[in-house]
Design a protein around this ligand. Sequence first.
Ligand code: ADP
Ligand code: MG
Length: 271
Amino acid sequence: MTTANFANPASDLVPGGVEAPLVSLAGVAKTYRTGEVAFEALRGVDLEISAGEMVAIVGPSGSGKTTLVNLIAGIDRPTAGTVTVNGSRLDLMREEDLAVWRRANIGMVFQFFQLMPTLSALDNTLLPMELARRGSRRSRRVDAGGLLSAVGLEDRARQLPAELSGGEQQRVALARAMACRPRILIGDEPTGNLDTETAGSMFALLRELNENGTTVIYVTHDLGLAALARRLVTVRDGRIVGDAAADRQAPTTTTTTTPPAVARPDPEGRT
Ligand code: ADP
Ligand code: MG
């Protein structure tokens, strides 16, 4: 794995040297309306996440986890309250500005990968760079190739998603998420569709990204994977009911609750 490809040298200090939280939600509520019916998916959420943190979000199905990360990602806006991420008030931004902001600040990995089926692994990784017109055409291709190497897929660059295993597709999704060097990587159950071993190798990549300076926020159902974050936020019925430093296991420690920490993806990419 070429760690340099994941380097993310963003400064976390604001002028004056005071560290501001990278993510700040205050009094956030989100109500979904379906015809006459209103459903409060989030109510009274306050949350601050500092640059460099690795945060796991857990909670029962339907508790509001996806709604919460979508607000942080600027995919959705709150019904009430303020959402400030990397100095921008997302709750005040227009849709079209949010799309541009999101491309520059957020990398997203979803449970079902959501790769473009007609594009190769390389072209999927290139797509966000092309939309953002990042660098020259040539430098983009080199960069995308580097990201695929970082996730152990240098020899799968020309394959279509359907020709890749689930674990490989998710690694392409991670390379694509990192294409514009976002400060924040968000995973919404990024390992929810992978077997335990593949999930462990995906998780090792997330941790490596975090160690290289990217703030990582991920939703998971797997309490073993949640325990590997530095901080555990628990959501229930649209509220944060727990927020604590996680009992983070050292990478070398193996217990029954810790999935195998795979330092390097299987070069054959089998899952
Ligand atoms: P989780 O990710 O924890 O499973 P979600 O944030 O997806 O929970 O959803 C929280 C609640 O909000 C659920 O009850 C869900 O049915 C509801 N919900 C989510 N999205 C919508 C939507 N677009 N319209 C109506 N209700 C929604
Ligand atoms: Mg969800």
